[in-house]
Design a binder for this molecule. Structure first.
Ligand code: 3HC
Length: 284
């Protein structure tokens, strides 16, 4: 099966990044969200990213116009998904909301259409088994910022077919991503390692081991990480981090207990860069 038409459901941070890299790779993309302002925000982010690449001489103005022309923003799910060869779902990380969306989608899409779900940790098997096509269902885990980060984790659900895996792998490679294959497991491979490390940085901060700046500098210069774990928490969103840690805790027990400071910041609405404040203040 050849993928030509891609439907991205969700125009937020990850959704617009995925729509951008698909359009850059030559796919026709429909980017859908539930409100016009979300769709507009997604298109603005893509335009900003592409303009930056034009200024740097990485792409021409003409190429930018062609990439943008391949993306159709819409709030109409039927219009977005009716000719899709693949739907990539990139909506809120709540199992029942994702299930309900796939329930709607399966009544709209062509029968050959594949379902991809982009998630930081939700069970692919559970989501897939509630759909009408568990064998044509796979998890994708892109990394933030999507146009920059080279990795794509593909997560096989219990019933994901080898054919679906092959198609998804080839598709990921056309996006210029390095693809790794992961079996269904809580938090998959990268977040299983990454999120406990970030969580530990919050414990160290809470215990007064060092300041946030010094913990981050330590990990940047001592371990060659591009940014420190606390700055990274602000980049990925503290709500996302908390959700992944809670998922690990519920599967494996208190070895993965989330740091209290993460909960406090989430309760205060300080989710990181996206709200202007997290561990650090981005409003100044
Ligand atoms: N969108 C698109 N491009 C961006 C960008 C964005 N939001 N932010 C930065 N860039 C580009 C810049 O244009 C620049 O491109 P160039 O090399 O062509 O000039 C390049 O990235 C480097 O950017 P800057 O020079 O402005 O800044 P930095 O050198 O600090 O790099 C960074 C920014 C790439 C974000 C770097 O800090 C980094 O690699 N951070 C770690 C990111 C990371 O680990 N992401 C994974 C998070 S985990 C995750 O997503 C999983 C989830 O489930 C939890």
């Amino acid at each position: 099966m050849e993928i030509k038409n891609v439907c991205v459901v969700g125009a937020g941070l990850m959704g617009n990044g995925i729509a951008q890299v698909c359009a850059q790779a030559g796919y026709q993309v429909a980017m859908q969200d539930i409100e016009q302002r979300f769709v507009d925000g997604g298109m603005q982010a893509i335009q900003k990213n592409l303009s930056r690449n034009v200024k740097k001489g990485k792409i021409t103005q003409d190429a930018m116009a062609q990439i943008l022309a391949r993306i159709k923003p819409t709030i109409d799910l039927k219009e977005a998904a009716s000719i899709a060869d693949v739907v990539i779902e990139v909506i809120i990380e709540v199992l029942d909301v994702k299930k309900a969306l796939f329930g709607k989608l399966q009544k709209i899409v062509p029968s050959h259409c594949l379902f991809f779900t982009n998630t930081s940790g939700i069970s692919i098997t559970e989501l897939a088994s509630s759909s009408d096509r568990p064998e044509r269902f796979i998890g994708t885990h892109f990394f933030n910022p999507v146009p920059v980060m080279r990795l794509l984790e593909l997560i096989k659900g219990y019933e994901t077919s080898d054919e679906t895996l092959e198609i998804a792998k080839k598709w990921g490679q056309t996006l210029d991503k390095e693809v790794i294959i992961v079996n269904e497991a809580p938090a998959f491979a990268v977040n299983r390692v990454l999120c406990p490390m970030i969580n530990e940085a919050f414990f160290a901060l809470g215990e007064g081991v060092a300041s946030a700046e010094d913990i981050d500098t330590g990990m940047r210069l001592g371990c060659n990480h591009p940014i420190g774990p606390l700055a990274l928490a602000d980049l990925v969103g503290l709500d996302t981090l908390l959700r992944v840690m809670e998922g690990l805790q519920s599967e494996f027990g208190d070895k993965y207990i989330p740091a209290t400071m993460i909960r406090k910041l989430v309760r205060a609405g300080h989710l990181g860069r996206k709200t202007g404040k997290g561990v650090y203040d981005y409003t100044k």
